[in-house]
Design a protein around this ligand. Structure first.
Ligand code: PGA
Length: 252
C-alpha cells in the first residue's frame, strides 16, 4: 500500500496564501519521487482554491478540518458536507486532539460525525492519542481503546471494503503535537502496535485500516518514521505549511 502523507493546515493561511502554497505543491507533486497518496486539509475558505490548484494531481485529495453532522438547517456557524463537497472536499478530519480538548468534542459526538461522513461517501481521518498525563499514569492502552471502541462504534456494521477505502486512523500523541517533541521510535512502535491490536479486536476486525503517525513530523524525521512497522503514513501540521518542507516529507 502507498504511504499516505496528510497536511493539516489548521487555522493558517488566507485564500491567497493557500493558493500560492497549493500551486507550489502542484508543481512539486508532478515530479514526486516517492509513490504516495497526498491529502491536504486547508481552512474552509481555502478549500475551493486548493482543490482547483491540485485538481490535476494524481493520488491527491482535499479535505476539511471539520463539519457538522446534519444535512442543513439551524446550526449557526457550522458547515455541512454538501457545502464542503461543493468546494471540492472529499475527506474530513474527525477527533483531532485540538477539537477533543479545545472544543470538547466527546467520543459520542465523534462517533456520530464518523458515521455521518462515511455514510455520505466522505472519507474520514479519525485521530486518536493520549495526553502526557495519561501516558505517564500508564493509561495509554485504556485511552486508545476507549477512543477507538467508542469513536468507531457506529461503523462496525459498515462493509469492510468501504472502511478500507474511506477510513484512516491517525495516532497523534497530544504531547507531541506542535511541541517539537516527536515520539521516539520505541514509543511510536509500541503505540502503533497497540492501535493495530485494538483495531483487530473490534467487531468486524478493523486491522486493515491504515494508521498514520502525527506529532512534530519534519522533513528530518519523516523517513525514519515511515520506516517503522505499522506506520502507514504521516499527518503533518506545522511542517506542512511551507510547500517545500511538505514536499520533502512526501519525498522522504
Ligand atoms: P504538528 O501537528 O505536526 O504541528 O505537531 C500535527 C497535527 O496536529 O496534526
Amino acid at each position: 500500500m502507498k504511504k499516505i502523507i496528510a497536511a493539516n493546515w489548521k487555522m493558517n493561511k488566507d485564500r491567497a496564501q493557500s493558493r500560492a502554497a497549493a500551486e507550489e505543491l502542484a508543481s512539486g507533486l508532478a515530479g514526486r519521487k516517492a509513490e504516495r497518496t497526498v491529502m491536504i486539509f486547508p481552512p474552509f475558505l481555502s478549500i475551493a482554491e486548493v482543490s482547483k490548484a491540485l485538481g490535476g494531481c494524481a493520488d491527491t485529495v482535499v479535505g476539511a478540518q471539520n463539519f457538522y453532522p446534519a444535512e442543513s438547517g439551524a446550526y449557526t456557524g457550522e458547515i455541512s458536507l454538501a457545502m464542503l463537497a461543493d468546494a471540492g472536499a472529499s475527506w474530513v478530519l474527525v477527533g483531532h486532539s485540538e477539537r477533543r480538548h479545545i472544543l470538547h468534542e466527546s467520543d459520542v459526538f465523534l462517533a456520530q460525525k464518523t458515521q455521518f461522513a462515511l455514510s455520505r461517501n466522505f472519507g474520514v481521518v479519525f485521530c486518536i492519542g493520549e495526553t502526557l498525563e495519561e501516558r505517564e499514569s500508564g493509561k495509554l492502552a485504556d485511552v486508545l481503546t476507549r477512543q477507538i471502541s467508542q469513536g468507531l462504534s457506529a461503523v462496525f456494521d459498515m462493509p469492510s471494503n468501504l472502511l478500507q477505502e474511506k477510513l484512516i486512523i491517525a495516532y497523534e500523541p497530544v504531547w507531541a503535537i506542535g511541541t517539537g517533541k516527536v515520539a521516539g521510535d520505541r514509543e511510536v512502535l509500541e503505540a502503533h502496535a497497540k492501535v493495530k491490536e485494538i483495531l483487530a479486536a473490534q467487531p468486524g476486525d478493523l486491522s486493515i485500516l491504515p494508521v498514520l503517525y502525527g506529532g512534530s513530523v519534519k522533513p528530518a524525521n519523516a523517513q525514519a518514521l515511515l520506516a517503522l512497522a505499522n506506520v502507514d503514513g504521516l499527518l503533518v501540521g506545522g511542517a506542512s505549511l511551507e510547500a517545500k518542507s511538505f514536499l520533502n516529507i512526501i519525498n522522504a
